[in-house]
Design a protein around this ligand. Structure first.
Ligand code: NI
Length: 175
């Protein structure tokens, strides 16, 4: 197990569309990556992490859908490989979101209240299920990462450029 470095936006891997995990990629290398991603998420602490955030451009995410960042109970962990949203409710929900790749930032985002998702687990088995409210919001946020979208891309141009210059200044000060 290892805690992986988390990339911060703006970064080219975070802006790229992730590719599907192929059948022959399921195995020990993939399960090690998923275990490390979960450990990295719990250590941060965070409630979700997508592979591009640790520099891996594949469609993989982990999430703790109980929404308790302090909890590391294994049964709350969900791992999704190649997740696809099959259906979205027209009903929306507004959520104040933050992101491990956009430190010291939060943004109100409109999300679908309910989503129907199809994915593969770490052994390649196909799964599907409906998610509502917080779990739905977390999964939409993480699936955004798989399409190269971060909270910064959802911000107004002004808020985004302010954040980036503030962040650059802070990093310079740190040296
Ligand atoms: Ni994020």
């Amino acid at each position: 197990m290892a805690i992986l470095p988390i990339l911060e936006a703006p970064h080219p891997v975070l802006s790229a569309k992730a590719r599907r995990v192929e059948m022959d990629e399921f195995g020990s290398e993939l399960s090690t990556l998923v275990t490390d991603m979960a450990e990295t998420m719990y250590a941060a602490p965070g409630v979700g992490l997508a592979a591009p955030q640790v520099g891996d451009g594949r469609r993989i995410l982990v999430a703790n859908l109980e929404g308790d960042a302090e909890s590391d109970k294994e049964d709350e962990l969900i791992v999704m490989i190649n997740p696809v949203i099959l259906e979205r409710s027209t009903e929306m929900i507004k959520w104040d979101e933050s992101c491990l790749s956009v430190p010291e930032y939060d943004l109100d985002v409109d999300r679908h209240l309910r989503i129907h998702v199809e994915w593969q687990d770490v052994s390649g088995e196909h799964k599907e299920g409906w998610f509502e409210e917080f779990p739905s919001v977390v999964l939409q946020h993480e699936m955004d990462h798989l399409d190269g979208v971060t909270l910064l891309d959802r911000s107004s141009r002004l808020k985004r450029s302010r954040y980036i210059s503030k962040r650059r200044k802070r990093l310079r000060e740190r040296g």
